[in-house]
Design a protein around this ligand. Sequence first.
Ligand code: FAD
Ligand code: NAP
Ligand code: SF4
Length: 670
Amino acid sequence: MTQHFPNLFAPLQVGNITLKNRVLMGSIHLGLEDIPGGVERMARFYADRARGGVGLIVTGGVGPNDEGAAIKGGGTMMNDEDVAHHRPITKAVHDEGGVICMQILHTGRYAYNPDNISASSIQAPINPFKPRALSGDEVEDQIDDFVNSAVHAQKAGYDGVEIMGSEGYFINQFIAQQTNQRDDEWGGAYENRMRLPVEIVRRTRAAVGPNFILIYRLSMLDLVEGGSTMDEIVTLGKAIERAGASIINTGIGWHEARVPTIATMVPRAAFTKLTAAFKNAVSVPVVTSNRINMPDVAERVLAEGDADIVSMARPFLADADFVVKAREGRTDEINTCIGCNQACLDLVFQQQVTSCLVNPRAAHETEIEIVPSQSPKSIAVVGAGPAGLAYATTAARRGHQVTLFEAGEKIGGQLNIAVQVPGKEEFHETIRYFRREIELSGVMLKLNTRATPEALSGFDEVIMATGVHPRIPDIEGIDHPKVLTYIDVLRDKAPVGKSVAVIGAGGIGFDVSEFLIHQGPSASLDPVQFAREWGIDLTVATPGGLTGQAQIPIPAREVYLLQRKATKLGAGLGKTTGWIHRAQLQRGRVNMIGGCHYVKIDDSGLHIEVCGTPRVLEVDNVVLCTGQDSNDDLALEMNQEPTLIGGADIASELDARRAIDQAVRLAAIV
Ligand code: FAD
Ligand code: NAP
Ligand code: SF4
């Protein structure tokens, strides 16, 4: 038996089930739940993760009744029809030797449903629909529905259920004072507010028997005003154990919290010390989670005694074989989740099928199959940015002879620029993954080699992944020495003065502004610094764990971030992360100005007009982040028409997600 990560690979007995390791695949909504053919796709998705060695899988949330489902008409587990619907999933996982629990998720006032319900009629700040407060009898009905759901999950072949009691959903809404203003037996004193989860667990255990796994997900840190304190959390955890839970999973932050909890700028394993503070209060196994994305991090968390099991969700979108690679000491082959949310949560919250920026096959396994080619070809790929890397390695894995030309001295393309931005360090892992994939797949890599039409003659296929050129806008004085591009600043580290105007407020304009205001070490590398800067009370002595005193660093520069559009700056940023980028810049006192007309740049600075009013920004430098144009220079020189991918194909709204997705899909069929 391999012992690369001894704590991670220690088996664990839960009831009459032996988990083969300490890895729990956390619940993540796939967006497949309610679409035609979705069950078959979910069966394949979960079976791949079971084959990849996950100890215990928890499905995405399933409603115990119609009003509890995430959206109107969303997936439920209530009756024999639902049982039949889910059976292919449990069978597929069991056929692979896996263990799978279904998460029962009652979303309460978070339901995107005008008929949503909660403890009290208090609208969530992230939902347009105000909930209806339940009567006492109706609360009893909801408990019955949880129990009924668990019983039907058991019939469907699940090994257990996870009752979702954190992240601000229905159960949490009863526990927290700010969302529960009832004066009956379900409200008021904490013992009344915690009655709902305890009753749900107690009655569920009675209905499903002693051996069915019953996980309860307990919020360790609400990050909202009026949330729980650690004393209350411990009291509830003990009661949940007495009521019959076999495992206590932990959750961090309500969805409406205005503190980042899982995005890429959150340090790895930032919250596991909270689980550690709770763990000794109970004797059932305790799970910890959030931004644990590599086996060494998981091993450290377990070795330090923070938890008994580690939960990872998005890392299994990024790599179905994470566990088997870790077990076999092939950590450098893991395709690491970078915490970007771009292809998972950002899509889920737009009611689309989830996927993964670094692994477009996630939840699309049946659609994008990587199988050996029947007619291997010689293929030249030009450019080792995300598009070229994904294409070259996928095609080579299929048996094609691939030569990858890169003009620069290293692979990664613009990702090498992105990693310079504080909070984007995880892109290093993507570059490392592709570097290893090049070795494993046999791609012939030619660095420091600018491809020419001559060098490309003789290949069966030529793939042009040459990326983009920064766009230089037509503004008077654009050649002034104080004008820099984002490449000058981020890649070439050009000196930048104390006051700066950033033209263009897309993703790169935001990143450059963040880079410019930042000084000192990045908070994304240190959980304590991160907690200090975001006002998190890691002892949770204060309700909800908010100190109310975020210690925001003094910005290194005075920055103006400008755009021509009159709309809110950053409106086009990621659905689940845009608010964080806007908050970071507001905290760094960046002046965000929309509706700008750029008049000229001269020794006195940048001359603009805002709503017809002239203004001079007396800045030392002007940094251009004004979008990009395709680099198709080489393609135009070619006699044969190459296949263009990534930025070389379409520069507008390009990101690494689209570049990799397009590349993998094309390489899968070449
Ligand atoms: P590129 O990454 O531009 O790669 C093109 C490669 O081709 C380069 O390495 C270049 O040297 C090479 N090349 C060009 N011509 C030749 C030639 N003739 N011969 C050989 N080689 C050649 N995207 C996200 O999804 N999420 C983010 O958070 C994110 N943050 C970003 C932050 C910054 C600061 C920047 C600059 C970009 C960010 N992006 C982000 C965008 C993302 O990096 C790009 O969309 C992506 O890199 C485009 O991939 P590509 O392969 O098409 O092109
Ligand atoms: P972008 O999002 O297209 O933004 C370009 C900005 O420049 C816009 O604000 C635009 O706004 C302005 N602009 C465009 N042409 C201009 C002109 N001629 N003169 C003056 N202003 C002009 O592009 P980007 O910021 O360069 O980013 C490139 C890609 O990288 C993006 O598509 C993005 O998805 C990706 N990226 C993603 C992230 C992420 O976190 N997901 C981070 C960085 C980059 P106005 O027209 O209103 O002025
Ligand atoms: Fe992780 Fe980003 Fe993939 Fe989501 S899209 S799983 S955050 S790498």
